[in-house]
Design a protein around this ligand. Structure first.
Ligand code: PLP
Length: 379
């Protein structure tokens, strides 16, 4: 018997595909890949990836080797050649697993380049990517190494470079001067690495890739050959402060377990942090911080009950949350009925803002206790 008190995470595969098609349209004639790290931002990589593949996507980005190998299980090599890239680079000793899974490591340092060169010299040529750090100062070849490689392309001997990429620091702010600066640095590197003198002897020109979700909306200058959006695909707004051009993908619902009448001078929850100011009714909801509903939402955020706002009162517990429903009709507020945390009346971005975080963190924190339901796209 399914647990009818369990919280429910509904993922709309049709909306993911609609978002994918919109992003494709934005970047045409460039290619649209997808970021699938952290289990496709917790919506379920194994469920989502085959649909995207059928919709024409051939470029999948994950962070780690394990994520890549798991994704390869649902995107077989013989099935039209889905490429899987490992953003976090080449862990020492992982070369065989990476080759076995037909994964493409993104090399982030001279040491990784040298290790992959030694491996392919012995094991045969296999594609890799190169990441250049153009100002994020996080991962990738730094300025000195970049200049060395451009000055002495022989350092890249033996490499079959499938993709040359970089990542922007401030793409969610279209006015930020760092965007243009990073674009110029990337273009300079790209021009050098795609020079005809380098792309000879039957070697293919690497795909150039700079943009993730937000940078797609900075304009065509940022698109190059291949973009790699994650957030936008899963319905997070890529353009801060503007209407979201993407469709919502997730709905997050939990059940009312109990109703309780309270009155003046009573307190609610741990630490007695909420003081009741008059007669009202509380609903206790079966979801908590163990499910990824941030504790910072205590006495801050709200849920929606049949389209009406019900404020969260008192602290968030591990498995329970209390909301004030005194103003709502009893017909919509009964044990077993659902309330929305994310849904038609409150977006991921709304709830994340109330929690003091961003949609990315909210989505990737959603725990294992949700019943995951997939709808749309013939799911
Ligand atoms: C996570 C990530 C992406 C996808 O970013 P979104 O903002 O979710 O679109 C793309 N590229 C790199 C290097 C990343 O780490």
């Amino acid at each position: 018997m399914p647990d009818s008190f369990a919280p429910v995470l509904t993922v709309d595969l049709g909306a993911i595909l609609a978002n994918y098609r919109l992003l494709c349209t934005q970047v045409r004639p460039g290619l649209c890949g997808v970021a699938m790290k952290a289990d496709a931002y917790a919506v379920g990589a194994a469920m989502v990836a085959p649909h995207l593949k059928r919709a024409g996507c051939n470029h999948f980005f994950v962070a780690t080797v394990d994520e890549g190998l798991a994704l390869r299980q649902v995107l077989p090599q013989f099935d039209g050649g889905a490429r899987i890239y490992l953003l976090n680079g080449l862990p020492p000793g992982a070369e065989r697993d990476i080759a076995g899974g037909d994964l493409i490591p993104i090399l982030n340092s001279m040491a990784e380049i040298e290790r992959w060169q030694a491996f392919v010299r012995a094991a045969g040529s296999r594609p890799a990517g190169l990441q250049f750090d153009t100002g994020l100062n996080r991962l990738g070849l730094g300025r000195d190494d970049s200049l060395r490689l451009i000055g002495d392309p022989h350092l890249l001997n033996g490499l079959d470079i499938a993709v040359v990429m970089s990542h922007l620091a401030c793409a969610d702010d279209p006015e930020h001067p760092a965007n243009r600066l990073q674009l110029d640095r990337f273009r300079e590197i790209a021009d050098n690495l795609t020079a005809p003198s380098l792309v000879t002897g039957g070697r293919t020109r690497p795909l150039l890739s700079l943009a993730a979700s937000s940078s797609i909306f900075l304009g065509a200058d940022y698109h190059f050959d291949l973009v790699r959006p994650g957030a936008a695909l899963y319905g997070i707004n890529p353009v801060l402060g503007a209407p979201n051009p993407l469709q919502p993908v997730v709905r997050l619902q939990a059940k009312i377990l109990q109703l309780r009448e309270v009155d003046l001078n009573m307190t609610v929850g741990y630490g007695a942090s909420h003081q009741v100011r008059g007669p009202t009714v509380l609903a206790t909801i079966g979801v908590g911080y163990a499910d990824g509903i941030f504790r910072s939402l205590g006495s801050r955020g709200a849920v929606y009950v049949a389209g009406q706002r019900a404020p969260i009162v008192g602290r968030i517990s591990m498995d329970l949350i209390t909301v004030d429903v005194g103003h709502l009709p009893a017909s919509v507020c009964q044990p077993g009925m659902s309330v929305d945390f994310i849904g038609p009346d409150q977006s991921i971005d709304d709830l994340a803002r109330d929690a003091g975080t961003i949609g990315y963190e909210l989505l990737t924190h959603l725990g294992t206790r949700f019943q995951r339901r997939y709808v749309g796209a013939g799911a």
